[in-house]
Design a protein around this ligand. Structure first.
Ligand code: IPM
Ligand code: MN
Length: 360
C-alpha cells in the first residue's frame, strides 16, 4: 500500500482547527482508495516564535524536503509584527523549497453564493498560475536617507528568462492537461512595465508557437483583467502571471468563487516538495471557537491529493465537497451563516467526511 509522508503545519489562529478537518477528510478518503498517510506535525508559527524567538529552527527546511507534501493551515499572529512570520515561514518555505508555482483555482461550487450577478458554476471555473519565487517578492531594493524628507525607497521587480520560462512551461502543460477551453491568458502590464512584461510576452508567444500550437494564447493587462474577471469570468480557462499581480488577482478570484472560505492554493515545485494551504488568513478572533469554515482547507487537501497523483481520491473528495455545498445545509459561508445553520467547523468536516465514506 502506498504511504505518503506528509508534514502538517497547522500554524496560527484558526489554522489548527481547519487543519483538523482537512486531516479528517484525508483519513476518510484514504480508506476508499487504499492509500496511507504518515503525518508529522510541526509547531511553526507565532506561538512558537513568541516562546522561543525562533521562526524556523535550523535544519527545518532540509527536513521538510524529505516529505511527499506539506499541508499548511495559516500563518499570522496578532502579537507578532506583520512580516516576520510571513517572510520567515511562508515565503521562506516557498523560496527555499523552490515552489515556483502558486496554483489557485477559481471554481464556483454549486450552492455557493457569488457576488457576480447571473453567473454560476458553468461560468466561474478557471485557474490562476502565479509565479511564486521571483518578481517583486525577491526583496531586491533599498531605502536611502531613511526618515529624511529626501528619503528614497526602491523595490525591484526582477525576472530572469529562467523564472519566466519555467512558469510558462508549467502553465502551458497545465492548460493542455486540463483540456477545457485550451486557452492560456497572459496577465501583464506591457504598456507600462515595458521591461519585465516585455520579457514575459516574448517568452509566452515563443513557447506557445513552438511547443503548444493547439493552445490558444490571449493577453490581458492586469487592470483590465480585474474587470473581465467580474464581468465575463467565463472567458477564462488558465491565467498565467507574475508574483505580485497573481497575489492581487487571486484575492479577487477568491471573492468571485464565493469567498476566502472556499479558496485554496498549491505552492508547487513540480520537481520537489509542494505545499498546500487555504489562502485565507489565520482569523485570530475566531481562534478556538469552532466557528470558522474549514472548506478551503479541505479543498487544499483535495489539491494535494491531485498533485500526489491520487486522482481518484481527489475526485471523491471534490464530489463530497460539491455535494455538501450543493445540499443547501449552509445558507452561506460566513461565520454568522454557519452559526445560524447550527453548523460548526467540526460539523462541516464531519459532514464532508461522511459524504466521502458514503461514496461507493
Ligand atoms: C498569499 C499571501 C502572501 C503573499 C503573504 C501572506 C506573504 O497574501 O499567499 O497570497 O503575498 O503571497
Ligand atoms: Mn495574497
Amino acid at each position: 500500500m502506498k504511504t505518503y509522508k506528509i508534514a502538517v503545519l497547522p500554524g496560527d489562529g484558526t489554522g489548527p482547527e481547519v487543519i483538523a478537518e482537512g486531516l479528517k477528510a484525508l483519513n476518510a478518503v484514504k480508506n476508499k482508495v487504499g492509500i496511507q498517510f504518515d503525518f508529522h506535525r510541526y509547531d511553526f508559527g507565532g506561538n512558537r516564535f513568541l516562546a522561543t524567538g525562533e521562526v524556523l529552527p535550523d535544519g527545518a527546511i532540509e527536513e521538510l524536503r524529505g516529505y511527499d507534501s506539506i499541508f499548511l493551515g495559516a500563518i499570522g499572529h496578532p502579537d507578532v509584527k506583520p512580516g516576520i512570520l510571513e517572510k520567515g515561514i511562508l515565503l521562506r518555505l516557498r523560496f527555499e523549497l523552490d515552489q515556483y508555482i502558486n496554483l489557485r483555482p477559481v471554481k464556483l461550487y454549486p450552492g455557493v453564493w457569488t457576488p457576480i450577478k447571473d453567473k454560476g458554476p458553468e461560468e466561474i471555473d478557471f485557474v490562476v498560475v502565479r509565479e511564486n519565487c521571483a518578481g517583486l517578492y525577491t526583496g531586491g531594493g533599498q531605502i536611502i536617507k531613511k526618515g529624511r524628507p529626501q528619503e528614497v525607497a526602491i523595490q525591484e521587480m526582477v525576472y530572469t528568462r529562467f523564472d519566466v520560462d519555467r512558469c510558462l512551461r508549467y502553465a502551458f502543460e497545465y492548460t493542455r492537461r486540463r483540456n477545457k477551453k485550451n486557452t492560456l491568458t497572459l496577465c501583464g502590464k506591457t504598456n507600462v512595465l515595458t521591461f519585465v512584461y516585455d520579457l514575459w510576452e516574448r517568452a509566452f508567444h515563443e513557447m506557445g508557437k513552438k511547443d503548444y500550437p493547439e493552445i490558444k494564447r490571449e493577453y490581458a493587462h492586469v487592470d483590465a483583467i480585474t474587470m473581465w474577471m467580474v464581468k465575463n469570468p467565463e472567458w477564462f480557462d488558465v491565467i498565467v502571471t507574475g508574483n505580485m499581480f497573481g497575489d492581487i488577482i487571486t484575492d479577487l478570484g477568491a471573492m468571485v468563487q464565493g469567498g476566502m472560505g472556499v479558496a485554496a492554493g498549491g505552492n508547487i515545485n513540480p520537481e520537489g516538495t509542494s505545499m498546500f494551504e487555504p489562502i485565507g488568513g489565520s482569523a485570530p478572533k475566531y481562534t478556538g471557537k469552532n466557528v470558522i469554515n474549514p472548506i478551503a482547507c479541505i479543498c487544499a487537501a483535495q489539491m494535494m491529493l491531485d498533485h500526489l497523483g491520487e486522482h481518484k481520491a481527489a475526485e471523491i473528495l471534490d464530489r463530497a465537497i460539491a455535494d455538501f455545498l450543493g445540499s443547501g445545509i449552509l445558507p452561506g459561508l460566513s461565520v454568522a451563516e454557519i452559526q445560524k445553520a447550527g453548523m460548526s467547523t467540526s460539523k462541516i468536516g464531519d459532514a464532508i467526511a461522511q459524504r466521502v465514506a458514503d461514496r461507493s
